[in-house]
Ligand binder design. Structure first.
Ligand code: ADP
Ligand code: TYD
Length: 208
């Protein structure tokens, strides 16, 4: 056993309930006595939040697909160096709302097949993967309507619509099979309480 903390990531389409469930899991683990760092991507460190504004705001065509992969990877590297790795080294549990699997899906699949490029950069630049990834699986239409009901100024990816949501859902389920050792698929259609209970059961099984 090492004193390294547990690194948990959440993935899923927009509106699938990630931000709701990351908060609930953080609270529950804190009640159990764990020190928890709740963070998110893109962002999670001062530098990465600055890059978040660059990638999520402005004209949809402002970055080429390749430049966009570099920006997300740069943000992730800073997030790891400044936030995630120090927290894990001091034994804290890190809960991250989206991580590299989102780049594999969004940048890897939405503007042509760039998955190999995403994976190459990941191997070169990202020294740590999550111990466990909770994929909240959600009907794309429900996810889209929930996401649209929120007001946001981060509009750059907002108009990709239902087709992208469908591609992402299928892609995430395939990714869960590809990395079946760390992925757990959670049904996102029930009540927030029931989903939180499912997630907590998965995490306590890993902690034990
Ligand atoms: P994400 O972070 O995956 O985009 P959110 O957690 O922000 O998703 O949830 C999207 C919207 O759906 C929010 O308005 C949230 O309050 C609502 N929501 C989350 N979970 C549920 C649920 N189980 N049932 C109904 N509405 C939910
Ligand atoms: P997020 O704030 O998690 O949105 P949501 O709560 O709606 O799921 O992420 C914002 C957008 O950033 C989302 O549409 C997915 C996109 N994204 C990427 O395209 N690549 C990435 O690597 C990450 C982390 C997010």
């Amino acid at each position: 056993m090492t004193s390294q903390g547990l690194f948990i990531s959440f993935e899923g389409i927009d509106g699938s309930g990630k931000s709701t469930q990351t908060k609930r899991l953080a609270k529950r683990l804190q009640q159990d006595g764990h020190e928890v760092v709740l963070t998110r991507e893109p962002g999670g460190s001062v530098g990465a939040e600055e890059i978040r504004a660059l990638v999520l705001k402005g004209d949809p065509d402002r970055w080429s697909a390749e430049t966009e992969i570099l920006l997300f990877t740069a943000a992730r590297r800073d997030h790891l160096e400044c936030t995630i790795l120090p927290a894990l080294a001091s034994g804290k549990t890190v809960i991250c709302d989206r991580f590299a699997d989102s780049t594999r899906m969004y940048q890897g699949l939405s503007r042509g097949d760039l998955r190999k490029l995403v994976d190459c950069l990941h191997t070169l630049m990202i020294p740590r993967n999550p111990d466990i990834t909770l994929l909240i699986d959600m009907d794309p239409e429900i996810g889209l309507s929930r996401a649209k009901a929120r007001s946001t100024k981060e509009e750059r990816f907002e108009d990709f619509g239902l087709q992208l949501q469908q591609t992402m859902r299928t892609g995430f389920l395939a990714l869960a099979k590809e990395y079946s050792d760390r992925f757990r698929v959670i049904d996102g259609h029930g009540s927030a309480d029931n989903i939180a209970a499912d997630i907590y059961a998965q995490i306590t099984a890993v902690i034990r």
